[in-house]
Design a protein around this ligand. Structure first.
Ligand code: CMP
Length: 143
């Protein structure tokens, strides 16, 4: 499988609960490498734009409120089949349905306050990475 990049957010619930290290350790243990990382506080406009695909959903307003309640850590992850691997390590969106040992099973509270976001496909990953990181940011980190 090819080396891929994917995009991850450690959400406000997990940052507030001091789980940046615990979550990153699970990503690294799965063979993913953090190649870019920064802490940001999303504005309402940024959260609305990032989750625009969910704008018609009943949970959209709550999701935007949650994602702006405190700082998040946005990361670019690299590795073999990174998109799928990250989704496996994260576990199901609803932590009640997430497998033992996954990030969401370990750290999430409920389907909304679910500790992490990860891109769902390589194309989405490209768009989500570009939302937060410039080409120059990433080029300077090429190995
Ligand atoms: P994420 O993977 O970031 O993608 C969209 C987010 O919306 C999801 O994680 C949850 O935080 C949230 N979400 C998805 N489904 C629901 C739901 N049914 N109720 C509340 N929040 C949800």
């Amino acid at each position: 499988m090819a080396i891929e990049r994917t995009f991850s957010i450690i959400k406000p619930d997990a940052v507030a609960a001091n789980h940046i290290g615990g979550i990153t350790a699970k990503l690294e243990a799965a063979g993913l490498r953090v190649i870019a990382s920064k802490m940001v506080r999303l504005t309402e406009a940024q959260a609305q734009a990032f989750y625009a695909v969910h704008a018609a959903r009943p949970f959209y307003a709550g999701l935007v409120k949650f994602m702006t309640e405190g700082p998040v850590v946005v990361q670019v992850l690299e590795g073999e089949g990174a998109v799928l691997k990250n989704r496996e390590v994260m576990g199901a969106t609803n932590p009640e349905k997430a497998a033992e040992g996954t990030i969401r099973k370990t750290y999430a509270t409920d389907i909304e306050r679910n500790a992490v976001h990860g891109s769902d496909a390589p194309e989405t990953a490209k768009e989500e990475i570009a939302f937060f990181f410039s080409t120059a940011d990433l080029a300077s980190l090429a190995r």
